[in-house]
Structure formats: structure tokens, C-alpha cells
Design a protein around this ligand. Sequence first.
Ligand code: SF4
Ligand code: SF4
Length: 400
Amino acid sequence: MQTTLSPKVKQSPQAQAIESILRKCVHCGFCNATCPTYQLSGDELDGPRGRIYQMKQYFEGAAANADMLKHLDRCLTCRSCETTCPSGVQYGHLLEIGKEMIEVDLPRSRFDRLSRAAIVRFINSGWLFTASIRLGQSLAWMMPTGLRRSIPARQVALPLSQGQHSRKVLMLAGCVQPTLAPNTNIGASNLLDKLGLEVIELEQNLCCGAAAMHTSEPEYALRQIKQLIDQWWPHIESGAEAIVVTATGCGVSVRDYARLFADDPDYAEKAKKVSSLYRDLIEIAEEHSDQIDPPAAAGRRVAVHTPCTMQHGLGLNNRVERLLAKIGYQICRIEEAHLCCGSAGTYSILQPAISKQLQQNKVQALTVDQPDIIATANIGCQLQLAQGNRTPVVHWIELI
Ligand code: SF4
Ligand code: SF4
């Protein structure tokens, strides 16, 4: 696509990235076919091609307007369009730049900014988040059904077995996962221990920065990431050989640190190292699958929901299915595997109507074969799917 950037955009540090991404797009519209929001609304402006076109108009000098921001906000950043695009258009990167610039020209209302900031601070608050969830869980019995189903049931933590080993890996605890699904990292730690890897988990539940990025607070996100890198760094210098992440949403974020800090003189090298050490748990489990015993629940029928971050962000599609099948589970047929479940970080809070519709569609697509269990790889998807149906939803590591 031909582009003529406005003088203001041309002078910005992102000009080169904007131009090269826009020029790759040939406006064919193949991406619309796999875009969840376009499929729901049928509106070109709610599809990737239309969003690219709206951003192009802005980059070329059109004034930012509320309608433009509304259509960009409706994007789930699932990046299904990137997987489909034959020209390799990096839509996600363009959207990140576009939204950041548009929001400078057209600041969000005070209410919008405050509510977004409050959501992130609550999610990242540690004790306040845990106390609120525990209170909700203990009072759930007296709540109306709709509200009760929005509160995840309390997980009884499994025993943790951790010996000392010469090989060490760092593990990201995450901000909400320790409270909502502690058995994910306990299960991962137990597996890694069995494989001869000692897990170092930071005591503070620091966030990977994804939540703040999703709510348009990039500066806050970068501060959070620096804090995380500072905490990891002494362990990396002491020889930690990998950073294991059990939530694919956080994994995409960690893998992106190298790009985010490429121009930061203090953090560029560290961020590059951190991103290079990133491993999703499935990669390690696959490598050592011969050491995994057939689990007690082998033979049960499992439908696998591969999160968008896993299939479109990390390129790890079909890996969970393969591993679970290898150790004895029956993998159920599902439909429209590429579509987002509507969780998408904070999207389910900020765009509840679209999120709910996507949740219902996804549950239907996952249960066509009547599975015993639904397995996934990201805490947000796990909660979203559990709220929308009666089949148990677990992180795949719990099946191991
Ligand atoms: S992003 Fe890719 S698939 Fe979509 S219109 Fe542009 S070139 Fe076509
Ligand atoms: S990231 Fe997902 S929701 Fe956004 S335009 Fe691409 S396919 Fe559509």
C-alpha cells in the first residue's frame, strides 16, 4: 500500500516501522476471514483491514477521532490476522504504535483513564486482589447465579515437591495466577523438579506488564518490566538457564522485552537476554515427554483450547494436543480453533458484550465432541471458559 506520512508522524521515532508495515499490506482482506470481531459484526471497520486503513488515514494526517479509537479498542489483539496474512503484515505492532499516538492527540476521558488505571492496579495489588477473591469465594453461596459463576472456585493447592539441583530455571509467578490457579505453577514446579531443574520463583508476584499494556499505560508497563528484570538479573548472572512461563499471555509479553527496550541504553542488553531465556512450559515438557509417566486420568477425553497468544503470538499451535495424546489422553474434535475466547487480557472487563458473545461461541466450538475436560494454557482463557460452561477447565499441566 502506498503511504505518505504526515510531517508530524514522519518525524516520530516510529516512522520507519509504520511505513514498512503499511507498505506490506496489499489490502486483500484475507485477514478479515479469521478476525473474531469482524465475524461478529460484519463491519469492515471492525476487521483488521479496516483498522489498518483507519490508522493509515491518521498517520497520513487525518484528525484522530472517537470513532476511530472505538474500532481500535474493539480489537482483541489476538493476532489471528497476522497468522492469516500472506504478506506478513505485523498488525499487532502497528496497532500498538497507532493507539499510543492517537491517545496523545485524543486523550481518553478522565473516567476512562481512571477506570483503566484502577483495573490494572487492582489486578497487580497482590494482597488486596487475593483478599477480595477470597471474600468473594466465601460469600459466593449467597450470590445470584450470574455473579456466583463469575467468581472462580477456590483451588486446593497441591503439595509442592522441590529438591536442590545444580541446573536452575526462573519461573514467572504472574500477578493473578497464584491466587486463582496456584496448581498451575505448583504442577509446573513438580514436573521441572522431576526433570532435575530447580525452580526459582520470586516472592513478589510481579506482573509481566501485559495488563498495563492492554489498558494503554505503556509507561507504567515499562516500569513494571524493569522491576521484573532487576529482580531476575542476579539469578541470570548466577546461571539460571531459562525463564519458564506457564501463562502464554505473559509469555508473549516476556518474549517481546527485547523489542520494547531495544533503544534503552540501560536495559537493552538485559531485556535481550531475558527474552532469549524465555521458554514456554510446553517446550520443556515436550523435550522430556519420555520421562512423563502416564497420568491417572489418562484415557479421558480432552478438548484443547490453544490461546491466541500461544498459536498466533508464540507459534506453538497443536503442541499441547500432541503431548496430551502421547501420554494417553483422547483429544476431542473442536471447531474454529483459531478464534479467540474473548478473554484477551483486560478485554473481558472493558468490552463485556463482545467478550461474552465470543465466550459463548468458543464454548460451543470446544464442546461439540462432549469432552470430559477442557485444557488450556493461559489463566485468562481458563477463567473465561470456566465461567461460560459446566465442563471443568484446567491448565494442561494439571493433567500431567
Ligand atoms: S493485513 Fe494482510 S491479509 Fe489483511 S488486507 Fe493487509 S495484506 Fe491482506
Ligand atoms: S488482532 Fe484479532 S481482533 Fe484484532 S484485527 Fe486482528 S484478528 Fe481482528
